[in-house]
Ligand binder design. Structure first.
Ligand code: HPA
Length: 272
C-alpha cells in the first residue's frame, strides 16, 4: 500500500509544478468549488495508478490542483464511498496520497441529513466531532508505522483552531453556521425514522455516508482536519416526506454561493 501511494503521488507530482499543502475533499453536489481553482491541472482518477474510480451521480471523479485564494490546493472532485463497494483502504487511499504529496491541512465536505431539529436544509455545519457508525475502520490490519501509530488519538479529530477559524469566518460573512457531531453510516439506504431517533439520542446532529474513514486516515497521518457538512435535507422521519438523492443535489446547488464564499474565506485567512 505504501508503494502504491508513493507511485500515485509521483504520478501526480509529475503533472503539477506546485506543492499543494491544503487538500479539499468535495462531497455530493459540492464539486463546483474545484471549478474556481486557478491555473488548474485536472487529473481524472482513472489515469492515476492504483486509484479506484468514482461511480455515484453528482460526482465527477478527478483531482484538480492549482491556486485558490492564494493557497496551493489539491481538490478531489468526487470521493470514494464505502457503499460503492470499495474497501476502507481504497476509500482512504487518496488521503494517503495527499500526505505523500505534502498536504498538511485537509478540508472534508459532505452533504448530510439534519438530525438536529433546530437545523434547516441549506444550513452549513462545521463538524466538531464524529461517530463512526460504519462498523469498520480504515486502520484495520497491519499498521504501517511510516504512516502513523498503531493506536492514533482521535480526541481532537477535528482541529479546534480550525473550528474556531470557521466560526470567525462565518461571522465575518454574516453566514449562519451550525456546529455539530457528524454520524458516518455506510448507506446506501437512507436511515429509518427509528434509526434517526436513535442517532439523536447518541448525540448526532447530522448523518451521512462518507467523511469518517478519510478523517480517521488523516488523523493517523497527523494532518489537521476541518469538516463542513451541507445539511441537504432533514433526516428520515422528521418531516413527513420521503428522502431522495435529487433533494440532496437540489439543496447543495441552492447553497452553492454560500458554500463557495465560505470555503474561500476559510482559505484566505487560514491560520498557519
Ligand atoms: N442520510 C444519510 N446520508 C445523507 C443524507 C441522509 O439523510 N443526506 C445526505 N446524505
Amino acid at each position: 500500500m505504501t508503494k502504491q501511494s508513493k507511485e500515485a503521488a509521483s504520478f501526480i507530482q509529475g503533472k503539477i509544478n506546485i506543492e499543494p499543502t491544503v487538500g479539499l475533499i468535495l462531497g455530493s453536489g459540492l464539486g463546483v468549488l474545484a471549478d474556481e481553482i486557478e491555473n488548474p491541472v485536472t487529473i481524472p482518477y482513472n489515469e492515476i495508478p492504483h486509484f479506484p474510480e468514482s461511480t455515484v451521480s453528482g460526482h465527477k471523479g478527478q483531482l484538480v490542483v492549482g491556486q485558490l485564494q492564494g493557497r496551493q490546493v489539491l481538490a478531489m472532485q468526487g470521493r470514494f464511498h464505502y457503499y460503492e463497494g470499495y474497501d476502507m483502504k481504497q476509500v482512504t487511499f487518496p488521503v494517503r496520497v495527499m500526505k505523500e504529496i505534502g498536504v498538511e491541512t485537509l478540508f472534508v465536505t459532505n452533504a448530510a441529513g439534519g438530525i438536529n431539529k433546530d437545523f434547516d436544509p441549506g444550513n452549513l455545519m462545521v463538524i466538531t466531532d464524529h461517530i463512526n457508525n460504519m462498523g469498520n475502520n480504515p486502520l484495520m490490519g497491519a499498521n504501517d508505522d511510516d504512516w502513523g501509530p498503531r493506536f492514533p488519538d482521535m480526541s481532537e479529530a477535528y482541529d479546534r483552531t480550525l473550528i474556531q477559524h470557521a466560526e470567525q469566518s462565518a461571522e465575518r460573512l454574516n453566514l449562519q453556521l451550525r456546529k455539530g457531531v457528524y454520524v458516518g453510516n455506510t448507506g446506501p439506504a437512507y436511515e429509518t425514522g427509528a434509526e434517526i431517533r436513535m442517532l439523536r439520542i447518541l448525540g448526532g446532529d447530522a448523518v451521512g455516508m462518507s467523511t469518517v474513514p478519510e478523517v480517521i486516515a488523516a488523523n493517523h497521518a497527523g494532518m489537521r482536519v476541518l469538516g463542513i457538512s451541507c445539511i441537504s435535507n432533514m433526516a428520515a422521519g422528521i418531516l413527513d416526506q420521503p428522502l431522495t438523492h435529487d433533494e440532496v443535489i437540489e439543496t447543495t446547488a441552492r447553497v452553492r454561493e454560500d458554500f463557495l464564499g465560505f470555503v474561500k474565506e476559510l482559505l484566505k485567512t487560514l491560520p498557519a
